[in-house]
Design a protein around this ligand. Structure first.
Ligand code: HEC
Ligand code: HEC
Length: 280
């Protein structure tokens, strides 16, 4: 999944500078005050928060970047610098529940700002889904090595100087009020799911080629759904096979890893939203 990582890399780097000049980041009150919409939460297949959290780390793609066992991956690059996705089994042991929740939804560690962690996707997840995520992380036994902190390579230094690079907390601020188009209350559940997942690659407006994923294959506008029946779409989500039984370079794996764990209700809601979107 290296491609995936490089995406955020070009955009995310001014944190290192920020670290030098700013005091320890504090949780942003504004986020905590966001009004919770009770219908905006993933289906609960289990009353056990740990089991619910395990489904969410798949659906939300944590396992894509942090590896299936969540021990992290080396994304270091001579031009950009050292960067490991964190070993979350160590993070869970080291940080409190509250600190983990702030890292996930605000991109801030108690001692520094994160880079390349797409916290902007997770700002609006329901408090109970967030609790489930954290409970699942806390349930993991510590495994493998702790990884080094990021460093600044020459290209990253350039992107910081030009202002092109945005750290995870800056992305959160920038995108906090952005969402896919509002298609009415009956579609707001799907809109919330799309905002937390598909947006990462298909763009906040769902029209494809989000700037964040600069090295990924081109991503189509999700208006492409107009060609799909509900059965075709379910098949893509569950098996990774696109219309006409095609295997896709990236999306097939993303579907198998992540979206095969969506419920029927979630898949149908996404489909209905996207069909309406395709006529919009
Ligand atoms: C697109 C890739 C990507 C995805 C998806 C992703 N992360 Fe991360 N995450 C990262 C990277 C890269 C870092 C390291 C950032 C740093 O060190 O500045 C990170 C850091 C973290 C940290 C900080 C840990 C520490 O000890 O510093 C936590 C906690 C975390 N991620 C949790 C999650 C959870 C939970 C999910 C899913 C809801 C998730 N991440 C999804 C890339 C990702
Ligand atoms: C990690 C990146 C990523 C995420 C997340 C993602 N997609 Fe994709 N998607 C792609 C890419 C890349 C393609 C283009 C095909 C390829 O190269 O894999 C694609 C293609 C598609 C297609 C077109 C299939 C065809 O017929 O060619 C559909 C439909 C689609 N995605 C739906 C979704 C939906 C719905 C979500 C969220 C539930 C989603 N995608 C999330 C990367 C992603």
């Amino acid at each position: 999944m290296r491609m995936l990582q490089m995406l955020t890399l070009s955009v995310v780097y001014s944190f290192l500078i920020a670290c030098e000049y700013t005091p320890k980041p504090q949780s942003t009150k504004a986020l905590n005050d966001t009004v919770v919409n009770e219908s905006h939460r993933f289906d609960q297949l289990s009353v056990d928060p740990i089991a619910h959290g395990e489904r969410l780390v798949a659906v939300l793609g944590c396992i894509g970047c942090h590896k299936p066992d969540l021990t992290g991956e080396d994304w270091s690059d001579p031009e950009l610098g050292v960067l490991w996705t964190a070993n979350l089994t160590h993070s869970a042991a080291e940080f409190s529940n509250e600190e983990l929740a702030v890292m996930i939804t605000e991109g801030k560690r108690p001692d520094r700002v994160l880079i390349d962690m797409p916290s902007f996707l997770f700002t609006k997840i329901h408090p109970q889904d967030l609790t489930a995520l954290v409970s699942y992380l806390k349930s993991l036994p510590v495994k493998g090595n702790k990884h080094p902190n990021p460093t600044i390579g020459p290209k990253l230094a350039e992107d910081i100087a030009s202002g092109e690079f945005k750290n995870a907390a800056q992305q959160v601020d920038e995108k906090l009020s952005q969402s896919p188009v509002d298609l009415g209350e009956q579609h707001s559940f799907a809109r919330f799911i799309l905002r937390a997942t598909c947006v990462e690659c298909h763009g906040m407006d769902l029209d494809g080629n989000a700037e964040v994923l600069s090295d990924a294959p081109p991503r189509p506008s999700l208006r492409i759904i107009a060609a799909y029946s509900l059965e075709d779409f379910k098949n893509l989500m569950r098996t990774g096979k696109a219309l006409g039984n095609r295997d896709l370079k990236m999306m097939s794996g993303v579907a198998r890893w992540r979206y095969s764990q969506l419920t029927d209700r979630e898949i149908e809601a996404i489909y209905n939203y996207l069909i309406k979107f395709s006529h919009h």
